[in-house]
Design a protein. Structure first.
Lengths: 183, 183
């Protein structure tokens, strides 16, 4: 049910999703949806949480079994690039940020998720530095720069920007990481 | 009327704004609003355009009378940092991107606005390079990296992120620009 809900949010937008639409997509009654969730906002918040969990498990899968720090970093970034098949996920982040900008109670979800995302990428950088594969730059500042750059660029890809095509964005991000990290 | 409308959008969110709310804020009748605009979406699209024009004139004011390329760049970035008094503007961008992700007809507004924003910052960088004040890096790639980083970081500031405080974000952005541009 949560997967169907977040797909619906990504397609038509959080504000346009109605309980009846969710029930129809899941193939159940609106009563069943209401049995599990008190309000429409509860359903949608749960769908956001689902998207966060989905993103996290994709991160883990992406780097499992890779030992080389640079390859780990590239695999992790590639697992979250705004590819066509991940377009829905980026639309979800945009909606979460948008909703949270006027509903402060949603901000803790961003804080937790984004904090863990930074920690994960930083752990790869620190590991690479310990092993002598990466330069001794300020790992935290680098990761904050890299991931905010990724968010801003992903927005432009999601907007269908002519200049920010996926391949160009990938080159900008990996080029930045290479220049900063590799000796 | 447009200023009041975009302020309303920034406060309660695009999806929650009603024609009646706009009329009340402006101090007129809903009939007057409808006389100028066919649909609610027309009003809101016009408000987005107002925000874009407002942002552009703030850019021009920020750099007027400054000759030094580095000082011009810093003044321009400072004029758009997600300061508390510009919070509403960043909320507007988030809403524009969010709406445009499910309403493709709004994307041309982002394309034009963002294109001009990149061009403006790039022109300062190119001028600095011609005058020998900046290093001969790929100006376009640098500006694309810098401005997407600014967007992603501004989102986190707008989310009230503990780690992404305004001063930290300013240091991350200006530190990146300094490292890339200054000899």
């Amino acid at each position: 049910m949560l997967e169907a809900t977040w797909q619906l949010i990504a397609e038509v937008g959080y504000r346009r999703v109605r309980i009846a639409d969710i029930a129809k997509r899941v193939g159940t009654s609106t009563g069943t949806i209401h049995y599990h969730f008190d309000t429409k906002e509860d359903v949608l918040d749960a769908a956001f949480r689902y998207a966060v969990a989905d993103s996290r498990s994709r991160s883990e899968e992406a780097i499992a079994g890779i030992d080389d720090p640079w390859e780990r970093l590239v695999a992790l970034l590639d697992a979250h690039m705004p590819r066509e098949d991940l377009r829905r996920e980026w639309v979800i982040w945009l909606q979460l940020w948008n909703e949270a900008s006027v509903r402060p109670e949603l901000r803790s979800l961003n804080e937790t998720h984004y904090g863990r995302w930074i920690d994960l990428v930083e752990s790869i950088v620190l590991d690479g530095q310990e092993r002598g594969a990466f330069r001794q730059i300020d790992a935290r500042a680098f990761v904050m720069r890299l991931l905010t750059m990724m968010d801003g660029a992903a927005i432009q890809v999601t907007m269908g920007s002519i200049e920010f095509r996926l391949e160009r964005v990938r080159t900008l991000l990996l080029g930045f990481a290479r220049e900063q990290l590799l000796p």
